[in-house]
Every structure is written in C-alpha cells, then in structure tokens.
Ligand binder design. Sequence first.
Ligand code: TMP
Length: 209
Amino acid sequence: MKGKFITFEGGEGVGKTTQLRMLGQYLQNKGADTVFLREPGGNAISEKIRALILDTGNADMTGMCEAMLYAAARAQLTESVIKPALQEGKLVVCDRFIDSTFAYQGIARGLGGEKIDMLNKMACSGTFPDLTIFLDLPPTVAFSRKGGADADDRLEQEGLAFHVRVYDGYKRACELYKDRIVSVDCSGSAQDTHAKIIEVLSQKGILTR
Ligand code: TMP
C-alpha cells in the first residue's frame, strides 16, 4: 500500500472533533491528498450500522452484539474506502478505529481485550493504522469541559464509571501497542494540542514541514 493510515482515539469530550478540524485545515493548506473518515460510518452501510448502535431505543443491546456491529461497520469501511484510498497513495485519517472497540467493548463492557483483538483482526483484514494518536485527558476533566453527555448517543449516556473504564482500556492499549500508539496530553489549549500532533506526525515521517 502506498498511502499512510492514521487514526485518532480518545474518550468523550477530549476535543477530538476540534483537533481533526484543525488538522484538516492544516493539511488542506499543505495541499495534502487526504481522506477524512469517522467510525462507525464513512460510507452508507456503516452509517446505517452507526444509527443502529447509537439509538437510545436499543438499551438492551448486548455487549457482543454491539462489538460485532462495530466490527461489521469497520469491515465495510476498510474494504470499500480505506484500502482503495491507500492504494491510490492517499493519507487516510480516521476518527476512531480498532482501539475504540478494544477500550469500549473489550475493557469497559468487559468482553476481554483478546477477544476484541481477534474481532478487530477479522474486521480490518490486515489494514492496521501506521500511527494512532491517543488524545489523553481523564474523563472527569473531559466531561466537565464538554458540559455533560449527548442525549442522542447511547454510548455517551453511560455513567462516569463506564468512561473511567474506557480510559483505563485506552491506557492498556497504549502499553500493548506502544509501537503504533502515541499518547498526546490534551490538558492544555486546543492550539497546544494541535502543535503537539503536528510534531508527532512530523517525527513519524507522516508529514514534512
Ligand atoms: P463518536 O463519539 O466519535 O461519535 O463515536 C461514537 C460512539 O461510539 C462513541 O461513544 C464511542 C463509541 N464506539 C465504541 O464504543 N466502539 C467502537 O469501536 C467505536 C468505533 C466507537
């Protein structure tokens, strides 16, 4: 594959959307050939799966059903969008990917990291990110910044204890996959975090300044 694949991870309210917008602007100014995607989503089928998963009416969905739906959305996105874009030499930037399933379903829902690793391997069929940026902010700080959970999103509505487990899950992923995941402290301003991200992307040879 000729292109590069980078993913962004983190809990709710860490400023992921703002950072992706700032990075998008930066890359556009540089004229980089970039595809921005979000998970679950990024194509018509995966967006439908997203609506099913996040629907607050599906409160009785089991953890395994949820994990497999995320994996199904990922399988579709990987084959239909990510692989072709990488083959064309593009820079693919994805808002969430395999580590979200590891942290949310594997650890916070308690399905187990190893089981989720297997599921992730099947879903992305060998297309692993070249680099993952973990936006690191403890959930207590993130939620007070964000001003509470989004009422339309079943996952966000889980209590603080769930989001603390998500955070622990990410920390575990950072340990297990330290060659791929770089942690970026986002307790400072959005501009500070953006500068740190550009620094990491440059150091890793994804961007030239
Ligand atoms: P978002 O906050 O980026 O819109 O993501 C939607 C929600 O889905 C968010 O609460 C995190 C959750 N999620 C998982 O639980 N597992 C996954 O594999 C992915 C991709 C997202």
